[in-house]
Design a protein around this ligand. Structure first.
Ligand code: ADP
Length: 251
């Protein structure tokens, strides 16, 4: 991936020699130490690695939530590191979907209002057919008038998923999306993420420490010490656990 153009065509999002240094001098932390990795369109990728390996920093830089020290953070053909704050906010709002561990729904709005909020803010109308499809596929049809406080954790995360998907973003970034869910609700959310990739051609990049969650992905990218340390294609749980154990032994 030596130039921007092939990356722009092949990948929904990509990091090119991405460096992020926190602080300076003797106490500088190289959270990302030259990461080059691409995330293919319509693929579900899990980012894994030990605590402190740079997973969150990589996701935040690719999602325009944090600024890199050097290198490129590509969204399609756009290098986010070159955008000013206004354009970065616009790119984040219009081209990226987010699913967080803590759901991040607005408590005073109904499920329906939460789902369409990002589109409303952007002055766009939701695609009625897609909205219908998502509400049915996510099992939310009889919950649309409820506020988040009246919904279970799993239902709240499915609302967050509908909100992320309804704008057909170029990438959905999911940050430990099952971290606050019981295993049954978590499995449901992961299955729905996988369906969105398969049925809607959605690109999903998910940070997780859970091998069960990562086994839903098409590919696992392993980080260690701010670098890409390996990857697994079509990973099964056993292979993921083994790779993580090997990583732990190497440290
Ligand atoms: P992970 O998500 O894999 O646990 P992070 O991306 O959160 O790793 O962190 C990578 C490294 O960067 C860690 O050493 C962490 O302590 C450091 N780090 C992350 N955020 C900050 C920050 N805001 N200020 C200073 N150091 C940070």
């Amino acid at each position: 991936m030596s130039t921007q153009q092939p990356a722009a065509r092949l990948y929904a999002t990509a990091a090119v020699d991405l460096v992020k240094v926190y602080g300076g001098g003797d106490t500088a932390v190289h959270a990302l130490d030259g990461v080059t990795v691409g995330f293919t369109r319509a693929e579900f990728t899990a980012i894994m690695g030990p605590s402190g390996s740079g997973k969150s920093t990589l996701m935040h830089c690719l999602a325009g939530l944090d600024t890199a020290t050097s290198g490129q953070a590509l969204l399609g053909g756009t290098d986010l590191t070159r955008l000013d704050d206004r354009l970065l906010t616009k790119a984040r709002r219009e081209r990226i979907g987010f699913v967080f561990q803590s759901f991040n729904l607005l408590p005073q709005l109904t499920a329906a209002q939460n789902i369409t909020l990002p589109l409303d803010l952007a002055g766009r109308r939701p695609d009625a057919e897609l909205l219908d499809y998502l509400v049915t596929a996510l099992g939310l049809a009889d919950r649309l008038g409820h506020r988040p406080g009246e919904l279970s954790g799993g239902q709240q995360q499915r609302v967050a998923l509908a909100r992320a998907l309804v704008s057909r973003p170029e990438v959905v970034f999911a940050d430990e999306p099952t971290g606050n869910l019981d295993s049954w609700s978590g499995a449901q959310v992961l299955g729905l993420l996988r369906d969105a990739v398969r049925d809607l051609g959605q690109t999903v990049v998910m940070v997780t420490h859970d091998p069960n969650a990562a086994a839903y992905a098409d590919r696992v990218v392993l980080l260690a010490d701010g670098r890409v340390a390996g990857e697994l294609d079509r990973p099964e749980r056993g292979a993921i656990v083994e790779a993580l154990q090997q990583q732990a032994v190497m440290r």
